[in-house]
Each structure stands twice: as structure tokens, then as C-alpha cells.
Write a protein that binds this ligand. Sequence first.
Ligand code: HSE
Length: 322
Amino acid sequence: MIREGGVRVKVPASTANLGPGFDTLGMALSLYSWIEMKPAETTVFHLYGDEMGGLPKDKSNLVYQVAQTVFAEAGVELPELDISMYSEIPLTRGLGSSASAIVGALFAANLLIGSPLDRAKLFDMATAMEKHPDNVGASLFGGIITAVWDGSHADVLRIEPPADLEVLVAIPDFQLSTSKAREALPREVSLQDAVYNVSRTSLLTAALAAGRLDLIPAAMRDRLHQPYRAQLVPGMARILAEATEHGALGAALSGAGPTLLALADRRQRTGQNLEVFLLDVLAGHGIRARTIWLEPCTFGAMELTMDKEGSFMDYIKGEVRT
Ligand code: HSE
């Protein structure tokens, strides 16, 4: 059953790894992308906002391509689409912009043809495209997720974020591709470093599930990827080492970077002190950045109503951060 009037979806950004949980842990964040998808006579794209610059407006567009994989999986033919998209998620900064586009496209395309695929199937498809489950899992399910991927199937458990957890991100004004950040990693690691990360990832996951924010400083440390990526983000090593002295529960590279993320306990009113520290360290290395306080987002990809009166952008204007 094709929904001729089209569908509209909203998808959160995400941060991956949370320090030790490389390719495993993810958390949805309160920055969003919106996609509207309708059947059309001829394919047309309406891409709005600063984060859409340079994205293709033909059938090579990622959202179009991903939608077609859903139709193929479901045995439906829908080659022509009218796609609108707006995103406030910075591109290529480690906040899951491509994962949110993949999840949004899968979710919208599935809704458009009457939802023949369940969320678990969409998660497998999203992980196969992204190659790791952490960002797509967070964008699809919301909250905090822990996931494993065996190359064809992903298992996931969603954890409700602790109510007092808040997130500060410092977004440098340069881009860093995931592939470049993965090239910096060694092919092999020592047993000692593997144990270091397994133990901290386990503690971090359990601490988040139990709301034990006091355990985050000990748990949010990593030897698998951040030490190797530090050379790509000047200032990062100092921020990770010293953020707890400025009120953070812990700090990490957000996904593959270059964004740096600090977790905080809102009851401690950390605020400006932490922001100034992050910005000063980056500025000391000649890097301009902006900070944003975000919330863990408790919902994943969701359907929005199609308001017949308002256009896509009329709808979005009422929702975006200023
Ligand atoms: N877990 C991935 C990485 C996330 O750190 O490379 C990148 O999007």
C-alpha cells in the first residue's frame, strides 16, 4: 500500500563510541534531520539549510539510493520520488549526519510503502550500509544503545539515558572523514589494551543503565582508537585528560571526530567553566570551534504528521534550534 500523500520523518543525530565502546556504544542527541518523501512523476530534490550544501540533487543522492534498497527488499517499484530534506546536524564532524540520513531514508521509504519491514530489519540494512552499528542504532532507536554486528545481523539493546546526564559538544570548524580517522588506527592491539577497553566499556554500559553517573569518570577511557586519532584533532589529548578537572564526568572524541564531547551531571551546574576550557584548549592549537549543550534524545526515527496546509519548510521552521 503506497501512501500517495507522502510521509515526513524526524531523526536524531548521534555520538558513537562514548570513549571505550568503539563501534559498539551510541547515544542519540538533540539535533535533528527531517525528511519528506512522496511518490512523484519525476524525481526531484528540495535540500534546505547550510548542512545540505554540495549534496547531489539527482538519483545518486544517498537518501534516494537508500530508499530504493527498501523498495527492492519489499518487492515494490517506486523509481520516482519527491524528496525534501533539512538537517541541523553538522556534516562530517562526528555527529552521525550520514547515519541520520541513512536511517531517515530507510524509515521514510518503509513508511511510504506501508511499513512491510520492521525496525530490526531496518537496523540490519542501516548497519550494512554504515559498516558499524553505533551511530545508526542510536538514530533508529534513540537513547543509548549497545550493539553487536556479525556482518549480516545486528543485535541491539537500548538503555534509557540517565535523567541528569547532559552533553556538551565542541564542534571544530574543520571536517574529518570517518575513513581518514579509521586509517589512523592500528591493525592489531595488545591484549592489555583490549582488556583495558572491555572492562571500561562494560562498566560504562552498566553505569549508564543503572544511572550511576559517579562511575563515568573511571569508565570513559579508551586505548583502542582515541590515542591514535589524537594527532588528527590538535588539543584533543589535553581535553580528554583534563576535562574532569573542569566539571565533566568524562570526555571523548565524538565518533570518528573531530567533535569533542563531554558528559556532565546537570545537578552540578558545570556550565560555562567547561565550555571555556574546551574552547580555550582548541583555540590554543589554532582551532576555531563552537560549543552546544545537548540532551540525550530519548526517541529514535519517528513519523511526523503530514499537515496538508503547511509546506515542509513551514513545518520545520517551528522545530529547529535557532
Ligand atoms: N565507531 C565509528 C568510528 C563511528 O569510531 O570510526 C564513526 O562514525
